[in-house]
Write a protein that binds this ligand. Structure first.
Ligand SMILES: [Zn+2]
Length: 340
């Protein structure tokens, strides 16, 4: 098959479009013909190299895949079935996995992180990770959905337990998680304040249902949040930017507010004033992906058009380096997707 691989860590130029042996499915695995694969920031970290994490080289990235089943164990969706893939890989046998919290599995992995992923014509996954999609959902949209919507769903629904009428602050509305979080929050009846770095992105955020959109480079983010919420602050802050915004995200919280974080794109260090933590009764919540069951739940809402993955641009697989450079530029709003 053709695939995009890197043999050493570095910039986008280490990505090579080359011939690779077809993957061989293990027992319990399905083989899938990839039609579309969406990019995530995780792909960029893998390519650059991550401290204390050994990515097997050469490596094929790609966590968000839509395609057709080529072969699968008996009892699984048969060959030809259109599917999206669950990006979370649990062991399937531990207490966490068996109780449906597979993203708490000690052996939890993400498709394309330590295993080979979807920047290829073929990929193998456990058959339990096949999620059939209706004919009305095209490949690109199906690939643009799983990781970011699952992440946003788990943050808002499972971790923050968002309630109708609550205020939710969504950082970086133009990111994959940002556009998903605005929609999931709105779907649960919450009111959304979004941040984005350009006027055009703030306009898009309002179009997705945010009531207010703030410049996240501006010095007055906290003041603006207070002004929109009549001095109260937000009940939930959706953080994934990290160091650059952490302090302001904490200060934007109302008393009893919950900050949920799933990423640290601008750096891993966040300060917290312990007096504010207890006196304001703040909760700090970590969140990583979500469970298989949550993706099945969220996907039903995508199938009927209640959640709509926003696609910024589509590149052919062989131009993955250009696609990653574009994602790194930060100019996108929504997902960048490769097609094969
Ligand atoms: Zn497990």
């Amino acid at each position: 098959m053709k695939a995009i691989r890197f043999h050493a860590h570095g910039g986008p130029d280490v990505l090579r479009f080359e011939d690779v042996a077809d993957p061989v499915p293990g027992p319990g695995d399905a083989l899938v013909r990839v039609r579309a694969c969406a990019l995530n920031h995780l792909d960029l970290w893998e390519r650059r190299g991550i401290q204390k994490v050994r990515i097997p080289l050469p490596h094929i990235s790609g966590s968000d895949v839509a395609g057709e089943v080529v072969s699968a164990p008996r009892g699984s969706p048969p060959p030809g079935t259109r599917v999206m893939l669950q990006p979370g890989l649990g062991c399937g046998a531990c207490a966490a996995c068996l109780s449906g919290a597979d993203n708490l599995c000690a052996r939890f992995d993400v498709l394309g992180y330590k295993s080979d992923g979807g920047y290829a014509e073929l990929v193998t996954v456990p058959a339990a990770n096949l999620l059939p999609i209706p004919d009305t959902v095209d490949w690109v949209r199906a690939a643009a959905f799983p990781l970011t919507f699952l992440t946003a769903w788990h943050m808002l629904v499972a971790r923050a337990r968002v309630q109708a009428g609550e205020w939710v602050l969504v950082l970086a509305a133009g990111s994959g998680v940002g556009q998903a979080a605005i929609q999931v929050a709105r779907l649960h009846g919450a009111r959304v304040i979004a941040t984005a770095g350009t006027a055009a992105k703030r306009e898009r955020a309002l179009g997705l249902g945010a009531e207010s959109a703030i410049d996240h480079y501006g010095p007055s983010l906290v003041d603006e949040v207070r002004s929109v919420t009549a001095g109260r602050g937000v009940d939930v802050a959706i953080e994934h930017v990290g160091e650059a915004t952490w302090d302001r995200s904490v200060r934007a919280l109302a008393r009893g507010g919950r900050l949920v974080t799933c990423g640290a794109t601008t750096g891993p260090n966040g300060h917290i004033d312990l007096r504010a933590l207890f006196a304001r009764q703040i909760s700090l919540l970590g969140s990583y992906m979500g469970s298989k069951g949550e993706l099945v739940q969220a996907a039903q809402l995508m199938f009927i058009g209640r959640l709509v993955p926003i696609v910024d641009s589509v590149f052919p697989l062989e131009r993955a380096a250009d696609a990653q450079a574009y994602l790194e530029s930060g100019e996108h709003f929504g997902k960048v997707v490769l097609t094969t």
